[in-house]
Design a protein around this ligand. Structure first.
Ligand code: GLA
Ligand code: GLA
Length: 701
């Protein structure tokens, strides 16, 4: 079974997308020299090379590509070889216009950009398979080859007739006969009953609101259709050399492709990560996607994950594209390693001089290697080399957050009670509290194995299967703790509302019965009283309970207004465990108190409970993750100013502690930047101290 180990070969991967076709050959020579200087050991090539590799249909030109691979290999640099299928050449769209995708209103997305292909087009598939075959035949045993990189950021959705036919086929597999489709889609509503399969079409542009299950099924189908394309190319390249791992790059919380399904088809997981340097919680946003990717890696065929893309500085596509201030690129690179990544790659090696992304930063900026960015690149490369001991280590988490693509798709369908209710926002609000408290967290499937976690959070699980509901019950019954957020348990996988009071299949587990959901406008602050957690304000959302049959303890209640006296937070004993229900959106600090208390009660501890003195003086130290390995115990800490509540500007100028790596009780020197000085402290003291507040401060715990 191919795995990430075959790619890493004892070193953390470092490098990035390399597009030599954009440069004269003289530059290639400089490229490899500078790659060596920077410790680059992996270059991703070919991602957008299709038009040059196959300048005319069926006519290939691999000469230049042979040279690129040879040059890299001669310089000791491995290759992630992409099937170049994300961007089809103009000849394809020009000669076969049906290979271009159509919008919901049948507008054609024409060529001149990228990702403009119809994923169900037989012509596109034929050419995509052919170029993949050519590449595999030629390079599957090339000594530089470390991994295959299939396509790029799969996500194109098309609504053309060919996709309509593929959709019908998908539906026939799912429902077998039309009666079952009619039943599942609820077509008695608004006279939508289908009499012939041919009548069934994608959820194209309509006069009013679309059938929700037609939309939902299309989203499921679109993900599956792209996955078919991934599989086709994967199987072609894998057949030529089964030793080489195959992967594609995920975009973190991307709704278009169900990452749980996809990752099972991959040899490991990877992430393209672009947090905004202007976001004071940029490190948290990055960690959020990284922890998801690490968790996805657990479900992949070979395990593990890498950061496939990040930027050294500004990106091309943001409204305001601020570069990363000195140290931030390094900090966020080390963050990925701290969260379990076995490689840190960037988009891209050399900033493009031309093309749509000419303003996107590179490892070599437009200014050239004599630049602060390249110097930081070299520094990061060196540092990664020195950290190869962490390779393959496992990050341990006692807490997991449930992420479910169907719940996500369904809760954001049309005609929900609150269009501001966004699935990923709900997850992020909970995640952020754990991050602030230094609690490492995984993500899990709703039907996945929860038994290894002490605490599971489901910040929202609006649509839920019966199997997932039972999974949660079994988990709590066995003595564990579950927290469920608002607007959960509402519908089944056919988006059928579960009747008899919300939250349908979770009523018994949570000991509650809700009659109505009660969103309200932004300007209304909900007052909530709680002797246990302190009074707080909540926003946007409340729920009307049937107070007679709700048996869970209301530990926080709404005060005033039409919902006066209704619960905001409830606790229910179920089997040997505890199930919490949070029926509103508490203000940040209150949610933090709540989750920290529940975590403590569940036996969950932060990675390092106590701040060393120096960190505290810096104003913001934080521990990220703890990895246990055959090499012993590692603890990684990063000084991210956001946790101290400082402003973005201040944060940017005082980026501090980089990575603290602790092996056993040894404590290598750690450098603080931004005027904080240099510490050579001993973490031994830290470990010896009993938990609880000390003179050195207690991490807001
Ligand atoms: C209109 C329509 C109804 C129903 C309601 C509620 O009044 O006539 O069929 O759709 O809106 O949305
Ligand atoms: C994505 C793509 C890259 C590049 C970067 C930067 O991650 O995969 O090709 O476009 O974004 O914008």
């Amino acid at each position: 079974m191919p795995s990430l180990h075959q790619a890493t070969r004892g070193r953390l991967l470092f490098g990035g997308d390399y597009n030599p076709e954009q440069w004269p050959r003289a530059v290639w020579t400089e490229d490899v020299r500078l790659m060596r200087e920077a410790g680059v050991n992996l270059a991703t090539v070919g991602v957008f090379s299709w038009a040059l590799l196959e300048p005319r249909p069926g006519e290939y030109d691999f000469g230049w590509f042979d040279d690129v691979l040879e040059l890299l290999h001669d310089n000791g640099i491995g290759v992630a070889l992409a099937t170049p299928t994300a961007s089809a050449p103009p000849w394809m769209h020009h000669r076969w216009p049906d290979t271009s995708p159509q919008d919901k209103d049948r507008t054609v997305r024409t060529y001149g950009s990228r990702n403009a292909y119809c994923p169900s087009s037989a012509v596109y598939r034929r050419f995509a398979d052919a170029i993949s075959t050519q590449l595999a035949d030629r390079y599957a045993h090339h000594p530089a080859l470390r991994m295959w990189h299939i396509g790029n950021e799969f996500g194109t959705v098309c609504y053309c007739d060919s996709c309509a036919a593929a959709f019908r086929q998908w539906l026939q597999t799912k429902y077998t006969d039309l009666d079952r489709l009619n039943e599942a889609w609820g077509t008695r509503f608004w006279s939508q009953h289908y009499g012939e399969w041919e009548e069934v079409i994608p959820p194209r542009k309509v006069q009013y609101v679309i059938n929700p299950v037609q939309e939902l099924d299309y989203q499921r189908f679109a993900s599956d259709l792209l996955l078919d394309g991934f599989r086709a190319e994967r199987d072609i390249v894998a057949a030529r050399n089964p030793e080489i791992p195959v992967v594609t790059n995920f975009m973190g919380f991307f709704k278009g492709t169900d990452a749980w399904q996809w990752v099972r088809e991959e040899d490991f997981a990877s992430l393209d990560s672009y947090p905004d340097p202007n976001d004071p919680f940029g490190a948290c946003a990055g960690a959020f996607a990284q922890d998801l990717t690490r968790s996805l890696g657990h479900e992949s065929r070979g395990g593990g994950w890498i950061m496939m893309e990040q930027s050294t500085g500004s990106v091309g596509w943001r409204r305001v594209s601020t570069p990363k201030p000195p140290g931030l690129y390094r900090l966020w690179s080390m963050q990925a390693v701290a969260r379990g990544a076995d490689g840190v790659l960037q988009f891209q090696w050399r900033a493009s001089q031309q093309g749509a992304e000419r303003t996107h930063s590179g490892m070599i900026p437009h200014a050239g290697p004599n630049s602060r960015v390249f110097r930081e690149v070299v520094e990061v490369g060196k540092e990664l080399e020195s950290l190869s001991d962490v390779l393959g280590t496992k990050v341990a988490a006692d807490v997991a957050i449930i992420v479910d693509w169907d719940a996500w798709r369904a809760v954001e369908l049309d005609h929900q009670p609150d269009e501001r209710f966004k699935y990923v926002d709900r997850l992020y609000e909970y995640y952020k509290q754990l991050w602030r408290a230094n609690i490492t967290c995984d993500f899990v499937r709703a039907e996945g194995d929860l038994s290894r976690y002490r605490l599971v959070l489901a910040p929202n699980i609006y649509q839920i299967t019966d199997a997932a509901s039972r999974n949660l019950e079994r988990y709590v019954e066995a003595g564990r703790t579950l927290v469920v957020g608002p607007f959960s348990g509402v519908t089944d996988p056919d988006e059928r509302v579960r009747l008899g009071g919300y939250p349908g299949s979770l009523r018994e587990l949570l000991g509650i019965r809700i009659e109505e959901y009660w969103p309200f406008e932004d300007h209304v602050d909900l007052r909530v009283s709680s002797p246990r957690f302190g009074d707080f304000t909540a926003h946007g959302w409340a729920e009307w309970f049937d107070l007679d049959t709700t048996s869970a303890d209301a530990v926080a209640k709404i005060e005033g207004g039409p919902l006066d006296g209704h619960p905001a937070v409830l606790r229910n004993s179920y089997g040997s465990g505890t199930a919490w229900y949070v029926a509103t959106l508490p203000e940040d600090a209150a949610l933090g108190r709540l989750l920290r208390t529940i975590a403590t009660d569940s036996g969950v501890a932060p990675v390092l409970p106590i701040f060393p003195k120096m960190w505290r003086r810096c104003g913001a130290a934080t521990v990220y993750s703890c990895s246990t390995t055959g090499h012993g115990k590692w603890r990684c800490a990063m000084n991210d100013q956001a946790r101290s509540g400082r402003t973005a500007r201040r944060s940017a100028s005082t980026i501090g502690l980089d990575i603290l790596h602790v092996r056993g009780l040894a404590f290598p020197c750690t450098t603080f930047r931004g005027g904080c000085g240099r510490v050579r402290d001993s973490v031994e003291a830290l470990h010896r101290q009993p938990p609880g507040p000390t003179r050195e401060g207690h991490c807001s715990w």
